[in-house]
Design a protein around this ligand. Sequence first.
Ligand code: TRP
Ligand code: ZN
Length: 876
Amino acid sequence: MSEPQPTYLSDYRPPAYRVTHTELTFDLDPSATRVKARLHLERHPEHEPGAALELDGEQLTLKAIAIDGQPLDEDEYALTDTGLRVHRVPQRFLLDTEVNIAPEANTALEGLYLSNGMYCTQCEAEGFRRITYYPDRPDVMATFSTTVIGDAVQLPILLSNGNPVERGELPGGRHFVTWDDPHPKPSYLFALVAGDLKKVEDGFTTMSGRDVTLQIWVEEENLDKTDHAMASLKRAMQWDEETYAREYDLDLFMIVAVNDFNMGAMENKGLNIFNSAAVLTHPHTATDAAFQQVEGIVAHEYFHNWSGNRVTCRDWFQLSLKEGFTVFRDQCFSADTNSAPVKRIQDVSFFRTAQFAEDAGPTAHPIRPDHYIEITNFYTLTIYEKGAQVVRMLSNLLGWEAFRRGSDLYFERYDGQAVTIEDFVGCMAEVSGLDLSQFMRWYSQAGTPEIDTQGEYDYAKCEYRLVLRQRTPATPGQPDKLPLHIPLRLGLVGTKSGRDLPLTLDGESLGSDTVIHLREEEQEFVFTDVSEAPVPSLLRGFSAPVKLRFPYGREDLAFLLQHDSDDFNRWDAGQRLAMLALEDLIAAHRNGVEKVMDTRVVEAFRGLLATETDDKAVLAEMLTLPTEAYIAEQQALVDVDAIHAAREFVKQSLAAALRDDFLRLFEENRSDAAYAPEPEQIAQRSLKNVALAYLMAIEDDQGIELARTQFAADHNMTDVRHALTLLVHSSRTDIAEPALKAFGEAWAHDPLVMDQWFSIQVTRPQPDALERVKFLMDHPAFSLKNPNKVRALIGAFAQNRVNFHRLDGAGYRLLADVVITLNQLNPEIAARIITPLTRWQRFEEPRQELMKAELERIRAEELSPNVYEVVEKALA
Ligand code: TRP
Ligand code: ZN
């Protein structure tokens, strides 16, 4: 097999031919769907005549080809594994092709495939080339007219992009619907759905007074799980009008839920296709977190209609142009709809755990990579989440008003075009007059910048001197890094007053909370007229995606936890304080020394529990210890067992010392109110459930009984799942087992609940987790062909710190076996699920060797480009 070759950004050339209009006809059949395509093509004015026509195409069986009605002779074109070339074509012409494809054989879930008897498509990034011969690149934008033909009984519903314009009966019990999409779009936004679907319908009147029909299409049994998605969609439409003045542009907006889907959801024009896990909710089947996730994803896909569809990407290297901006937009939407500080806390803790790890590992890449082998490998946390952080930095640098003007300019100037990151940042520079040239390095430089900070208060001069030093560690292919333009939001909290002090820098008065710009490798800031000794509150709101170090003492952190006016930094101070204690305990565990709990952490928690709070959701976050994955991310080399032991010890020590407080908190926040996914209820439930986790930590009879009662009360999935997880993750198997069994039987019919049932069991710290995975892989509800199941069972197990990293290597072996099978079935998922193995350098021996051995075993297989690219990087 020849090695897969990379594609380079520097090789970008505009297309020689553009498609002005695309007509498609699908005659649906599981093993032989006939796709007829008529492309209206013309040579790009800047291209010289005589250029051959190159079209992409994979796994297609060509049945007919003609230009302007004239069938081509075999010597007039050439077919390869990856496409079709017509040697000579006129300047403007019609190309007709007819191909056969086999949806039922499509397990990769790219292109046209079958899910539960339902036809659906996934074309981003390069799936359209598995449907028909086409210039499958985002800078070719055409209007589409699509006719879908199918069996009238089995496939009563036939959907595609845009508006339905014609429908009718055909011989042989078949029928058809023709759809017209008037907005030019790239092929990756094409969609088709056909099946026995039912709809929920609602409406929205846009700001200019146009009525839009909103439909959510699902299988009949899921009709009662669409309310929340519909409400979220309407909120998102409203928000985008109010916040960005963006209005929807068709008469119809459809969402379809499918069970087999590689990612969360897809923003196809007018016809968003969703993983059922990202759209269906019901109080009895979905947790608060799932409700919030659905809201965010519905909004994300809707927002793409402007940031992605109306203005799209020139090439896939610009992916973060649409994804970073759209994630930023959905994060702001969720912050406005829920508790803003909690949204920020959750996003940042996820970011610092997972994106930092990616940026420090062998697959680290810039937000705009300069080459790739397989583009689906680049739908990463870096492109999405770091991309969003960078857009957030722009909005903070410019201020909201200027940022909005920049965004207006971007949407106006580039409407209907396929553009680059320079075009976007250029608009921001143009409206603000800011020089963003150094800022552009954020797009080309991989790795997480580290900032070392020193602060000193001069009592005599009433000055506070802050010295900042930035450094970005080397990443693969980028040994030397340049200094970045980093906005640091900060305040100085007076140790006497407990208040933010007024800030004066270079004679300029800056209020009590300001953004300083770090541009040099080392830079000094001297704040004058500082009337009392302060503790600095740095990087407020996580104003830049960096690791910031400051030699805080434990008293400083306890002080900030109490007094910082920035909720995010209050939370962060608590996390840092817990980390200091955890680090001591990790060392004690490794040295075989008796563990002693730091009383300052206990007292800080006691203080938190004693304060009246109006934001219970923030308090719940503050009472939550850093996860084992986050703690691991802070270590030079990861000792899995020491981290687990240290965290358990802290949890149990806090539970023992503050038992009465947790009990009171639990009782105070219990409620029999009817479930609603509303911020106040969610906050109350999360606080109650944090308390329950502490009450269960020592596994005494009372804790067990509270969890068991909450499980049995069956009030809503948030409470049930939390209680069940606590029981299953405890050592009281006698109580957990019957609960697990009852739950599994009660929900055997619901795939999304079964996903949770799988995950709960295989994340338990008890040593039988791996055996459970093996056993559950034979469960009738499990299938390696369904990505949700793979994530729920295998993906979840790989997050099980102690058991995935078993010292006999059995956890690694199991994951590698799954990767080898999935490499053939679904390469995209195979290349994602392998991630934990690629982090081998972070672990101590013998785990490094064991993980590497599994990667090498995978490398010896005949690999898809997807898995090949990841494994080669991991072993480089
Ligand atoms: N554009 C989608 C989103 O972020 C992502 C996506 C959905 C995707 N399905 C995919 C990307 C399949 C690659 C392959 O909203
Ligand atoms: Zn997206």
